[in-house]
Design a binder for this molecule. Structure first.
Ligand code: PBG
Length: 325
């Protein structure tokens, strides 16, 4: 036999030399759920993840930073009393999200704060857009999203991340940021976001599930791939700085497709349901959490993702820092 592929696997040294993809802490973004109370409230469907007050949220970001993670993504959980049909709380300069951004930037100026732009955490309808007569109204939503992004930029967000899937929102946000004097604030567009049941635990965490209907008139049909290319072309043209695909593992073909289509950084979101599956199977003793986690994350890199949002970012960064081949 002249050709033996096993020679390239013969020892740890050789395997490390020929490894095609790598994962390091700066590849990871840690999502954080913040709430008003100064107590941690665990999220049942996401073991190891909790909603925390601002001080504890800053402490989590500090741990992440000490492990080499460079960015956090912030998601506020608001009480129902603050929710209304037009998400007015989202532009309150002293709102929870704004205060948390300020606290994070004051404590950890070198950590990038990524702030989610969408109506659902603030909306009494639980949708990402304005609801009128049971329909999600695209164009009426755009100024709300733009104002929300400006408010977050004013609080100090480095990156705003529209996760709503309204048409035209990247341009609306870019123009509003520029007009308000924030030309250097980045837009991470949730460009290719599918209508996925894997978001279930996240909606538990924020109590943000739609009060009626579903998100299928704005989030994409899981059966579609070509449609992703339309979203990529639009968001690039509207000024997006990063393009996100979401969920993650079930959509690695889309990560690969988008990677081949754009020169922009590609971001993938290892979403709440994916995290929950790993944790649940590990709790049952059916899989090895650490190894399945690292295998999942390297798969994102192999598919072409530059950045990975994952609730397991701290676990992964710890494993990376102690890793051997
Ligand atoms: C809301 C938003 C969602 C997620 C991030 N931003 C949920 C949704 O669209 O219903 C999901 C994240 C996850 O499941 O981890 N705009």
């Amino acid at each position: 036999m002249l050709i033996r592929p096993r020679r390239n696997r013969v020892s740890r040294a050789v395997r490390n030399l020929v490894r095609e993809s790598s994962l390091s802490a700066p590849d990871l973004v840690l999502p954080l759920f913040v709430h008003e109370a100064d107590v941690d409230s665990p999220i049942a469907s996401m073991p190891g993840v909790s909603r925390a007050g601002i001080a504890a949220t800053v402490a989590k970001a500090r741990v992440a930073a000490s492990l080499g993670i460079r960015a956090v993504a912030l998601f506020p959980a608001l009480s129902d009393a603050l929710k209304d049909p037009s998400a007015r709380e989202s532009v309150n300069p002293d709102g929870l999200n704004q205060r948390c951004i300020r606290a994070l930037k004051a404590a950890l100026p070198d950590i990038a704060v990524i702030s989610d732009v969408a109506m659902d955490p603030y909306s009494s309808d639980g949708h990402d857009g304005v609801v009128r007569d049971g329909r999600i109204v695209n164009d009426a939503t755009l100024p709300i999203l733009a104002a929300m992004a400006v408010s977050q930029a004013r609080a100090g967000a480095d990156v705003v991340a529209p996760s709503d899937m309204m048409d035209g929102r990247v341009r609306a946000i870019r123009e509003a940021l520029d007009a308000a004097g924030f030309p250097d604030v980045l837009i991470c567009s949730y460009c290719v976001k599918y209508a996925s049941a894997f978001y279930g635990p996240f909606r538990d965490a924020l109590d943000s599930a739609p009060r009626a209907g579903d998100k299928k008139t704005y989030q994409m049909d899981p059966a579609n791939a070509r449609e992703a290319l339309r979203e990529v072309a639009l968001d690039e043209g509207e000024g997006a700085d990063w393009l996100m695909i979401k969920p993650g593992l079930p959509y690695l073909d889309i990560v690969r497709l988008v990677r081949g289509q754009t020169a922009l950084p590609v971001v993938a979101y290892h979403v709440s349901g994916e995290y929950a599956m790993l944790k649940a199977a590990a709790e049952k003793g059916w899989i090895d959490y650490d190894r399945c986690l690292m295998e999942s994350l390297i798969a994102f890199k192999r598919a072409g993702a530059d950045l990975i949002f994952t609730y397991a970012a701290i676990d992964a960064a710890r494993l990376i820092s102690g890793r051997s081949g």
